[in-house]
Design a protein around this ligand. Structure first.
Ligand code: COA
Length: 231
């Protein structure tokens, strides 16, 4: 038996166990997502067509949120969008459940932080985007589950003062187009991940990664570069 025959049989078995009730349930769930998206738009967000928002998702300060067409943010996510530049999400980008996103703004100040996510990108479940210093994520970026991006650091140089009173410094994080970030990766402030790079699961990225590099480990080091098919 060919591998593709085997796959067809498995696919057939899976498809035959999808009942009309599953299809009906999926359709209702999608309608509910779109309805929640409409409510977020009514509360002040700018959105394109078919903006889906999952159950239990909290979007604070939707006036700072701007999403394109076919954007979905799944269940139990928390987005605190208050900042001057806000949260901008491009067409056809999806965010899986339980995202935590904070732009760093508060009642006294709008904040410098921002999130820009390009088109056709994906963020896996349990993502943490601490965007006080700004996070740019390009087009066609794949981010695995449990990934943490922290675009700010506490100042701690003076041991005689509380760390919490010494303020915060930030440079921002940039993830260029076509990057794949494995699950459980942490990226700290000041890092730029170059176009087409791959970051292995569980890595802690403390320095910028060049384009098309494959980097793994704690701290992440480049182990090789991606090649063209003809190389
Ligand atoms: C980084 C990755 C893509 C590399 O895969 P690969 O191209 O097949 O590379 P290899 O497995 O040959 O690994 C190359 C070397 O890096 C090491 N390595 C690979 N992934 C690693 C990781 N995440 N952490 C530490 N070391 C790693 C390997 O042990 C190997 O070391 P060696 O040369 O000393 O034996 C893959 O290991 C990985 O981490 N994938 C992420 C999976 C994931 O998170 N998926 C869910 C989200 S979509």
């Amino acid at each position: 038996m060919q591998k593709s025959d085997h796959l067809q049989i498995i696919n057939g078995l899976i498809l035959s166990s999808v009942t009309w009730k599953d299809r009906w349930y999926n359709r209702i769930s999608r309608r509910q997502q779109l309805l929640r998206g409409q409510i977020v738009r009514w509360r002040g967000a700018q959105s394109g067509l078919r903006f889906g928002v999952g159950a239990g998702t909290q979007i604070l300060y939707p006036g700072c949120l701007n999403v394109g067409d076919d954007v979905t943010i799944l269940d139990y996510s928390y987005l605190h969008c208050l900042s001057n530049k806000g949260v901008n999400i491009g067409n056809n980008t999806s965010i899986d459940r339980n995202l935590w996103l904070h732009c760093g703004g508060n009642w006294q100040a709008n904040g410098y932080g921002f999130i820009d996510i390009g088109e056709n990108s994906f963020i896996g479940c349990n993502g943490v985007l601490g965007a006080g210093g700004g996070i740019h994520i390009g087009n066609n970026v794949l981010i695995g589950q449990n990934v943490n991006l922290h675009s700010e650091n506490h100042v701690y140089s003076d041991k005689d003062r509380l760390i919490r009173e010494q303020g915060i410094r930030y440079e921002g994080i940039i993830i260029e187009d076509d990057v794949w970030i494995g699950s459980k990766v942490t990226i700290v402030d000041g890092v730029k991940v170059g176009q087409g790079a791959v970051i292995g699961a569980g890595s802690v990225v403390t320095k910028s990664i060049p384009p098309y590099a494959v980097a793994v480990g704690v701290p992440a080091k480049v182990v090789r570069y991606r090649a063209s098919k003809g190389d």
